[in-house]
Ligand binder design. Sequence first.
Ligand code: ATP
Ligand code: MG
Length: 252
Amino acid sequence: MNEISPLHPRAESLRTREKLVKGFRAGLVVPEGLAAHGRGEAFDYILGERTNEQAKKAIKAAAAALISAKNPVISVNGNVAALVPKEVVEISKITGAKIEVNLFHGSRKRERAIARWLHEHGAKEVLGVDPKFFTKIKEIQSNRRKVDIRGIASADVVLVPLEDGDRTEALRRSGKTVIAIDLNPMSRTAQAANITIVDNVVRAMPLLIEHAKRLSKRSQNNFKGIRIFNNESNIRATLKLMFKRLKALSSK
Ligand code: ATP
Ligand code: MG
């Protein structure tokens, strides 16, 4: 594989792709995951490949929701494992969230490979791999209805970096607070989540860690204000930002 020059204007984006390709070769990522990433990249291009103010607000709200949750869980799929394994482990340590492997295109082999990969990155416990603890979320048709009774099934807050719309809607219906990271503000995932971070997972996760660390040092009463967050209006503001960028580019 060619070295990516740091001077390349898309260096960061190319490095991210390389991580996914490596993850694909290691059996963590499926071909569909590569396509899903491409769809995300298109939205990132419109957003200017940087974390915007709306995403920062959502990240703060997400950090507060995770820190104050009783049983928070981070749902990990192949792309998340390939792109941000260390960050998943770190956010789990700071917030006490459990880590659960949950795949749309599932196979026992891939589940185990992802769990192994997360263990290599410091995870103590990874749920979603032991059939003894499997149960099903009603109303979901895909393989992702399978969840761990110790994890997503009993969670109050679920962080789903990169999720499918069907499942986000079902998680909401089952009364959970859902935090999604999704570059497409129009997706069903983005629309259905309680807190939607419209940003690239590779930029959002380190910021989420930073905020969670900060909040974990404060007393609960001190961050009530951060929980006042309106997802709908935040998404609307993100769409306006995209529109503004496209308008500026088209009227040059
Ligand atoms: P939905 O199921 O929510 O209606 P969809 O079917 O269009 O949406 P999926 O195929 O389920 O989308 O998931 C792909 C989506 O994941 C992309 O459109 C993108 O928004 C998001 N995505 C992919 N890679 C990233 C990434 N690195 N960071 C953030 N979001 C990403
Ligand atoms: Mg989908």
